[in-house]
Design a protein around this ligand. Structure first.
Ligand code: HEM
Length: 426
């Protein structure tokens, strides 16, 4: 009987996986996930839910009770998370094995760096890395400044009470990535429409890891187009450098990974960062009038404190093994809670729940992950935040939330935390 039950559970599990594969993951709609397993993706306002700290105090690794034979272990400590993220021998990021033998729609649909293992990961990452060096990024700086200024103009034109998320937080990273990828203006408009369609369909809740999006199909078409006539950005440059060595699928997957990696994350940081800085006039003043070092401190502490990417990419155990003294099986998932790790008092210091730009030790936070999958866009994200936040506070000295924080529409159960609307007065 137990065997039959377990077989049925395994079979239903496969169906669920197939559904996720086809439609993307919108966790807010998966009603079968038991309440207590949603913990790593939930928040209380800007903070991880208190349960995360309780788990961290009691165990290095906590089993989330999921149905259908999925085993997911949550790691909430800083050192423990780093250990998982560095250990490339024991874990795989390759989500494709979950769909093995499930028909033609397998490896072509899912890709991007985050779900790929060496040696393919090493090869693909080497191809995009030159586009993210400080020297190349410095070229983007004046353009990011212009984008920020034009979005602040748009906010001002809308008048006091306007939505900062719609006018600034989302468009700044969106336009930055379009320029980085080298999409022309016509393509950007079309791309943006697809983006907002996805947003509506998922109620704003899905930074869907591995989702097969229309945007990816669009990027696929863009790559095919640029293969004939390379554009000025990352896609065109890679086509010039690599030629036939890179396939349209791999390049579209990379571009899509860059887009999904860099859009909602940075948008979340701009919107939520604004909320944090508005809580205390001293912080607002520090970002408005501070030296570049002050601005860096504020941005780094915001990254730690907000940890908008709540969990790292899932790591799949490659073989049966012992983890923190407990047995786990090949295929089990280990999930590093970055928001948990970044509030670990053992490393972050006393009162991790406080926002403190002068924190000692200065946090070597995990907001961008760690190891071979560490965020490739970290310096670009920092650049956007170091430009956008000071300019916002300089331009609007009387900036304030138009509603109390408790009434804002924070994301529910998403991998990337954020807020969909942020009305402000000025
Ligand atoms: C504040 C904004 C951002 C945050 C907090 C963030 C955070 C992260 C995290 C936590 C990971 C996964 C690390 C792991 O599982 O080990 C990641 C990976 C990645 N991010 Fe970011 N990210 C941000 C902005 C960006 C930007 C601007 C881009 C590109 C334009 C980008 C592109 C990527 C890519 C391509 C990966 C996969 C890297 C790999 O697997 O080798 N991210 N990011």
């Amino acid at each position: 009987m137990i065997q039959v039950k377990s077989r049925v559970a395994g079979w239903v599990g496969k169906l669920v996986v197939r559904r996720i594969q086809k439609k993307g993951i919108d966790l807010s709609r998966l009603s079968f996930i038991p309440e207590k397993t949603k913990v790593p993706l939930q928040r209380t306002g800007l903070d991880p839910v208190p349960r995360i700290a309780e788990i961290r105090k009691t165990t290095p690794m906590h089993r989330l009770d999921l149905p259908f034979n999925f085993n997911i272990y949550l790691v909430t400590g800083y050192e423990e998370s780093r250990r998982i993220l560095t250990d490339r021998d024991s874990y795989s990021n390759d989500i494709r094995h979950m769909f093995h033998g499930d028909g033609p729609a397998t490896s072509d649909d899912i890709g991007g760096l985050g779900f790929t293992d060496p040696p393919l990961h090493t090869r693909l990452r080497k191809i995009v890395t030159p586009e993210f060096t400080m020297r190349r990024l410095a070229r983007l700086e004046p353009m990011i400044s212009d984008i920020v200024d034009s979005r602040l103009d748009a906010l001002a034109a809308e008048g006091s009470g306007a939505d900062l998320a719609k006018h600034v937080a989302f468009p700044v990273p969106f336009q930055t990535i379009c320029a980085l990828l080298g999409l022309d203006y016509e393509d950007r408009d079309a791309f943006e429409k697809l983006g907002s369609a996805r947003f509506d369909a998922t109620n704003g809740g899905a930074a869907a890891f591995g989702a097969v999006s229309e945007q990816r199909e669009f990027l696929f078409a863009t790559v095919a187009k640029q293969r004939k006539e390379p554009g000025p950005g990352l896609i065109g440059q890679i086509l010039l450098d690599e030629g036939d060595l890179i396939s349209d699928v791999d390049l579209a997957g990379l571009a899509d990974g860059v887009f999904t990696g860099g859009f909602e994350t940075t948008a979340g940081m701009i919107a939520l960062g604004t909320i944090v800085l508005l809580r205390d006039p001293a912080y607002a003043d520090m970002i408005r009038n501070g030296s570049p070092e002050d601005v860096d401190r504020v941005v780094e502490e915001l990254l730690r404190y907000l940890s908008v990417v709540q969990v790292a990419f899932p790591r799949f155990a490659k073989q049966d093994m012992l983890l923190f003294g407990k047995k786990i099986k090949a295929g089990d998932v280990v999930l590093a809670s970055l928001s948990g790790a970044n509030r670990d008092p053992k490393v972050v210091g006393e009162r991790p729940e406080e926002f403190d730009p002068y924190r000692v030790p200065e946090s070597g936070h995990l907001a961008f992950g760690h190891g071979i999958h560490r965020c490739i866009g970290a310096e670009l994200a920092r650049m956007e935040l170091r430009i956008a936040l000071p300019r916002l506070f300089q331009r609007f000295p009387d900036l304030a939330l138009a509603k109390p924080q408790e009434e804002l529409s924070f994301r529910q159960l998403s991998f990337v935390y954020g807020v969909d609307e942020l009305p402000v007065t000025f």
